[in-house]
Design a binder for this molecule. Structure first.
Ligand SMILES: *Cc1c(COP(=O)(O)O)cnc(C)c1O
Length: 465
C-alpha cells in the first residue's frame, strides 16, 4: 500500500521542510554549548536508527524527528567554531540556505536541458573564481566532489595531452604498450594524489620524489631532468605545515621542458585571495592545472571542489560521454567536463559563498584564520610547547619535550568536549595538528582551545620548558 503522505505531496513536503529547518535552527544555536565530539551515549543510541529493514513506511515528519533527535547528538560538531581537525571549515550561512533551496529544487547539474539554471551558475562561478585567483580566463573549471576527484580530473587531462604528443590516444588505446609518462612529485605530496595515480593506471612505483625543505616545500634543486612526457605534482598547502611549493619557479622549469605542472591546492590555493598571503603563490599561474576544495577553506558544505585546467580541450577529450565535440568558443555540457554524468548543483554552494563574502570577505576569512593560527602558535610557545612549523598559513604543528604524553593530551582535550583536533608526525617527531579553517571560529574559541590544552598539560604534569 502507498504510504499516505505520498498522496498529499505538497502538504507533506512543506511539513517536512519546516520540521527540518526547526531542528536545524536548534542544532546550530546549541553548537556553542555542546561537546565537539559526540558522547559515547549518543553513539550508542544510533542502534535505534537500525534494526531490520522496515516493512511499513513512516511519515516524513516522524522520519525527520527521529533523525534529528538521534542523529543530531551523534554528529561531530564541525559546523561549530571549536573543531580544529584536518583542514576543514564549516558552512557559511548563505550556503546552508541555498542547499535547503536546492533540496527543494532537486536540480541535476548534468546538462543545459536538465538544469539551465545550474549550467548558467557554473559559468558565472567559473568566471568569478578565475578572477579571484588571477588565473587565465579561458581555463575550464570542473565541479567535482573533492580535491581527490579534482586531481583525478586534471591528471586524466594531463595523461591525455602528454600521450597525444606521441600519437597515442589513451581513451581509445588504454595504457598497455603506451609511451612512458614520467611522474615527479613532492616528497610531501598528499596521499590522495598517489591514490589518483593508481586509479589512472599510472601507478606509484616509478614516481620520482623531490626532496622538501624544513617546512615541507619542494626543493627545486632536487628536481630530476624533465621532458615533454613529465608530469610534476606540486602542492599549495601542506596539511601539516601549510607550506606552499615554489610554484612559479617550478612553472619556469616545466614550461622549458614542455612538461605538465599540476597544483594540489585543496586549501592553500585560497592564499591567493588575500594580499597578505598571495606572495606564497607567486608565479603559480604558470601551472597547467590547479585544484581546490570549496568544502575546506571556502566553507561551503561537503562535496564540492573545483578543478581548474588550462587545457579545456584535454579535459573534454578525457571526460566526454560521447564523441568529443568541444569546438573553441562553444560551451560544452557540464557532464562532458567531469567524471560524473549525474551530480548535484555544486556550483550553487560556490555562488552563495562568493556572493555572500565578496572578494573582501574571502580575503578577510583567510586573514582571520591565519591570525588565529599565529595567536595559537604564540600562546602554545608561551605554555612550553614547541611549534614545529613556520606558521605561514592556517596550520599549526605542535610538539613537546615530553612527546610521549601528546596522545594522552589530545585524548583529554577531545574528551573534555571543548575542542577537537588530531595527532600527526613530522620528520620523525610526534605532534598534534591544529587547523584554523572555519568562518565561525572566533578568538574566544581559540582561547577556549588553548585553555583546554593547558589544563590537560597540567593534569599530565607536562613540564614547562
Ligand atoms: C584534503 C586534501 C586533499 C583531499 O581532498 P578531498 O576534498 O578530501 O578529496 C588533497 N590534498 C590536500 C593537500 C588536502 O588537504
Amino acid at each position: 500500500m502507498m504510504p499516505e503522505h505520498i498522496s498529499d505531496p505538497l502538504n507533506s513536503s512543506e511539513l517536512a521542510l519546516r520540521t527540518a529547518v526547526q531542528h536545524a535552527e536548534v542544532y546550530l544555536s546549541d553548537l556553542y554549548r555542546r561537546q565537539v565530539a559526540p558522547t559515547p551515549e549518543a553513539l550508542e543510541a544510533l542502534a535505534l536508527l537500525g534494526g531490520p529493514m522496515p516493512k511499513a513506511g513512516t511519515n516524513p515528519q516522524e522520519v525527520i524527528n527521529t533523525m534529528a533527535t538521534i542523529g543530531g547528538p551523534a554528529t561531530m560538531a564541525t559546523a561549530g567554531g571549536r573543531y580544529f581537525g584536518l583542514v576543514v571549515g564549516g558552512s557559511l550561512p548563505a550556503t546552508v540556505g541555498t542547499r535547503v533551496l536546492n533540496a527543494a529544487w532537486d536540480q541535476l547539474a548534468s546538462s543545459q536541458s536538465t538544469s539551465p539554471l545550474i549550467t548558467r551558475i557554473e559559468q558565472i562561478t567559473s568566471q568569478w573564481l578565475l578572477e579571484l585567483f588571477g588565473l587565465p580566463e579561458d581555463c575550464s573549471v570542473g565541479y567535482v566532489s573533492g580535491t581527490t576527484m579534482g586531481n583525478f580530473l586534471c591528471l586524466a587531462a594531463a595523461r591525455h595531452e602528454i600521450l597525444m604528443k606521441y600519437g597515442w590516444n589513451v581513451e581509445k588505446q588504454g595504457l598497455r604498450g603506451s609511451p612512458q609518462i614520467q611522474i615527479v612529485a613532492s616528497a610531501e605530496i598528499h596521499v590522495t594524489v598517489k591514490k589518483v595515480l593508481s586509479m589512472l593506471g599510472l601507478g606509484t612505483a616509478d614516481v620520482v620524489y623531490v626532496k622538501t625543505d624544513q617546512n615541507g616545500g619542494m626543493d627545486v634543486a632536487d628536481l630530476p631532468v624533465l621532458g615533454p612526457n613529465s608530469i610534476v605534482l606540486a602542492q599549495a598547502g601542506n596539511v601539516n605545515t601549510g607550506a606552499i611549493d615554489p610554484i612559479g619557479k617550478l612553472g619556469d622549469i616545466t614550461e622549458q621542458a614542455g612538461a605538465w605542472l599540476h597544483v594540489d591546492g585543496a586549501f592553500g590555493l585560497w592564499a591567493a585571495a588575500s594580499e597578505n598571503t598571495r606572495h606564497w603563490l607567486k608565479g603559480y599561474e604558470k601551472a597547467n592545472s590547479w585544484v581546490t576544495d570549496g568544502h575546506k577553506w571556502l566553507n561551503t558544505p561537503y562535496d564540492g571542489a573545483m578543478a581548474i585546467c588550462r587545457s579545456p580541450h584535454a579535459i573534454h577529450q578525457a571526460m566526454a560521454t560521447q564523441a568529443p565535440y568541444l569546438v573553441s568558443g562553444h560551451a560544452v555540457e557540464p557532464k562532458d567536463m567531469v567524471p560524473e554524468l549525474s551530480r548535484g548543483a555544486r556550483a550553487l554552494d560556490v555562488w552563495a559563498a562568493l556572493k555572500s563574502l565578496g572578494k573582501d570577505g574571502v580575503a578577510l576569512l583567510v586573514d582571520r584564520c591565519c591570525q588565529h593560527a599565529r595567536l595559537a602558535a604564540r600562546l602554545l610557545d608561551d605554555m612550553g610547547f614547541e611549534v614545529l612549523n613556520d606558521v605561514v598559513l592556517n596550520q599549526v604543528l605542535v610538539s613537546h619535550a615530553e612527546s610521549t604524553k601528546l596522545s594522552q593530551l589530545v585524548e583529554l582535550v577531545c574528551q573534555s568536549g571543548e575542542a577537537w583536533f588530531g595527532l600527526s608526525r613530522w620528520r620523525g617527531v610526534d605532534a598534534f595538528r591544529l587547523s584554523f579553517s572555519s568562518w565561525v571560529t572566533q578568538e574566544q574559541d581559540v582561547l577556549r582551545l588553548l585553555q583546554a590544552i593547558e589544563q590537560a598539560s597540567i593534569q599530565l604534569g607536562m613540564s614547562k620548558q
